[in-house]
Design a protein around this ligand. Structure first.
Ligand SMILES: NC(=O)c1ccc[n+]([C@@H]2O[C@H](COP(=O)([O-])OP(=O)(O)OC[C@H]3O[C@@H](n4cnc5c(N)ncnc54)[C@H](OP(=O)(O)O)[C@@H]3O)[C@@H](O)[C@H]2O)c1
Length: 240
């Protein structure tokens, strides 16, 4: 990691983002925090020991969100790591909910990622981290749009990594693929397995950032599920 140690977590108000912001601060980072819920931003701001910078942001607003990111970067006098964690999941959603997933997980993600990369390219270095999901590996009946949105993120981040590699600049792109993490997103869902605490997930995500990994499964044992998801034939998968 470089000396200045500044990170921004887009979507830091709860769950994985909140735990990651705390983990980054525990490792000496100054942190920029964003999300829609101002009260939770204020609360997190008070709990974190290192210097924090908080900005309300709705990532669905693809014009305003990159501007807010740029303002936050200026206020922090630079950022080394930008994590895009914001995401929503609606199961069997209405049209409004399907649109919200696309606007948050796809359009908003791209708007902020492009702004982050423009900043890192001008600076000549940096680290973009995106939270996709194990759900991106296959389509599933629970929320087809959610799975597709997460597949988009993983595919997009791989493409960005290849594109940036041609510049030769030390800009890193990390795709974080969580399995199940105990957060509001999976509240009340029965029959889940290998459910991690947000704190454990955050520790493993931090380790992936420090080691500049290309892609990681959170927790690590989800690599096995990823491998199975890739090799299982349709006739077995369809019965699941
Ligand atoms: N929990 C799991 O099992 C799991 C598994 C795989 C992947 N993930 C992914 O992990 C990420 C974090 O989810 P989580 O499980 O920690 O759930 P969570 O507690 O619901 O956190 C979601 C975060 O996204 C932010 N967010 C949502 N909509 C936003 C918007 N329009 N603008 C800005 N921020 C927005 C929320 O902030 P505000 O509501 O304050 O805006 C919150 O900070 C998501 O991308 C999710 O898809 C989670």
């Amino acid at each position: 990691m470089n000396d200045s140690k500044k990170a921004i977590v887009v979507g830091a108000t709860s769950g994985i983002g909140e735990a990651l912001a705390i983990e980054l601060a525990n490792n000496g980072f100054e942190v920029g925090l964003t999300g829609r819920r101002q009260n939770l931003l204020d609360e997190l701001d008070r709990r974190i020991q290192t210097r924090t910078y908080a900005r309300k942001m709705d990532i669905r607003d693809a014009e305003a969100a990159p501007q807010i990111l740029n303002e936050l970067v200026r206020e922090m006098n630079g950022a080394d790591v930008i994590v895009i964690n914001s995401g929503v999941l609606y199961r069997n959603g209405s049209w409004d909910e399907l649109q919200a997933m696309i606007n948050t997980n796809v359009t908003g993600f791209v708007a902020v990622a492009e702004a982050a990369l423009e900043y890192f390219t001008n600076k000549g270095k940096g680290h973009l981290v995106g939270i996709s999901s194990i759900a991106g590996l296959r389509g599933a009946k629970g929320s087809p749009v959610y799975n597709a949105s997460k597949a988009f993120i993983s595919n997009y981040m791989e493409g960005l990594r290849h594109k940036i590699a041609t510049s030769g600049m030390p800009i890193h792109v990390t795709d974080i693929r969580p399995g199940f993490v105990r957060t509001q997103m999976i509240e009340g869902r029965p029959r889940l397995f290998w459910v991690s605490s947000p704190e454990k997930a955050a520790r493993q995500i931090f380790s992936a950032i420090r080691n500049k990994k290309k892609r990681v499964y959170i927790t690590r044992r989800w690599r096995l599920v990823a491998w199975l998801a890739r090799i299982v034939p349709d006739w077995i998968y369809n019965k699941w």
